[in-house]
Design a protein around this ligand. Structure first.
Ligand SMILES: CC(C)(COP(=O)(O)OP(=O)(O)OC[C@H]1O[C@@H](n2cnc3c(N)ncnc32)[C@H](O)[C@@H]1O)[C@@H](O)C(=O)NCCC(=O)NCCS
Ligand SMILES: Nc1ncnc2c1ncn2[C@@H]1O[C@H](COP(=O)(O)OP(=O)(O)OP(=O)(O)O)[C@@H](O)[C@H]1O
Length: 285
């Protein structure tokens, strides 16, 4: 009799982990994304390729599975936060081993890791908002074992006095909940293809995110270019419209000229696809 909950946890963790990996791969392949790695090429990156992103995504499946299994029906407390922090850092090491030391998915492990744990804490179900709220609780709890690293992202948040990856999670992912998911659903309703709807969702995130990847590489000029260009795409009717496509191509050229790449927005798009997929029936391309 005692085996049943364990079997449910194992099956649920397997499903969540594979879904998270699929979403990372879908994000990486989605094209054309401004400045980012996609099916066309490396964007503004010299050390990243699509093949590397896909290898990295697959290397993370066991991490997501362990996160889900350890979190299954658990309450949000410091002990769970510390377990998740340890598993997340081990996941980063797996990623680095798979990519020969290139950072392909650090921000994605953070956002998706918290969301995978949060769904597992609800036993594999729950509304997108409920899941984001639980992820925020986790992100707010202290993790004393975390090394005090002054990362690029942290440096950018201090220098420009803006929120970064930590704050986005602690605030229950407002760029996913208020911008990306509603835009994804709206574009689908309007009859856009799945690819166009996903690109529109990415644009919605880029209209407002303080993306520390962009700030670190291209400063405030890069951030303003990203936000302004993404707004122009959506104002032109989105990527399904020829005008929107032209604006997107223009934004891609501008981001490349500035060496800017919205890696944080890409992470949040993968997390958006994950929340969408586990809360609604899957829509094929
Ligand atoms: C919080 C993290 C992302 C570190 O963030 P930090 O801002 O210090 O900088 P770093 O430059 O290393 O990474 C930031 C990454 O987040 C993404 N990002 C950038 N800006 C944003 C933003 N505004 N919102 C969301 N994500 C963003 C980008 O991919 C960027 O590369 C993370 O690496 C971490 O601390 N992990 C610890 C392990 C842990 O606790 N894991 C638990 C869940 S698995
Ligand atoms: N398709 C994508 N293309 C590029 N980056 C992505 C993509 N998807 C997600 N990312 C995120 O972007 C981050 C990588 O960005 P970036 O290369 O600017 O970071 P870095 O290694 O800190 O900086 P740098 O390369 O300037 O030394 C990763 O943490 C990853 O999560």
């Amino acid at each position: 009799m005692k085996l049943l909950p364990q079997i449910a946890a194992e099956g649920g963790a397997f499903r969540l982990a594979h879904t998270a990996t699929e979403c990372l791969i879908d994000e990486a392949r989605l094209s054309p994304k401004p400045g980012l790695v996609d099916s066309r090429g490396n964007g503004a990156h010299h050390d990243l390729t699509l093949e590397l992103m896909e290898r990295s995504a697959h290397s993370l499946t066991p991490t997501f599975q362990a996160l889900a299994q350890q979190s299954w029906l658990q309450p949000a407390n410091v002990a769970l936060r510390q377990t998740i922090g340890r598993l997340g850092r081990e996941g980063e090491q797996q990623m680095m081993a798979a990519t020969d030391g290139v950072n392909t998915h650090r921000g994605a492990i953070w956002a998706l890791g918290l969301l995978v744990s949060a769904v597992a804490m609800c036993g594999g179900e729950g509304s997108a908002q409920a899941i984001a709220n639980i992820a925020a609780q986790l992100a707010t709890l202290p993790d004393d074992a975390a090394p005090k690293v002054f990362s690029k992202g942290l440096r950018a948040t201090h220098r420009y006095r803006v929120p970064g990856a930590r704050e986005e999670a602690q605030q229950a992912f407002p760029h996913i909940m208020r911008l990306a998911l509603p835009q994804l659903h709206l574009s689908r309703q309007r009859g856009s293809s799945e690819t166009h709807a996903r690109l529109d969702a990415l644009m919605a995130i880029m209209t407002s995110l303080s993306d520390t990847c962009v700030l670190s590489r291209a400063g405030l000029e890069g951030l303003e270019t990203m936000r302004h260009g993404a707004r122009a795409v959506l104002r032109a009717g989105g990527v399904a419209h020829p005008d929107g496509q032209q604006r997107l191509a223009e934004l891609d050229r501008q981001m490349l000229a500035l060496n800017a790449s919205p890696g944080g927005a890409a992470d949040l798009l993968a997390a958006t696809l994950f929340l969408d997929r586990i809360t609604t029936p899957y829509l094929a391309n």
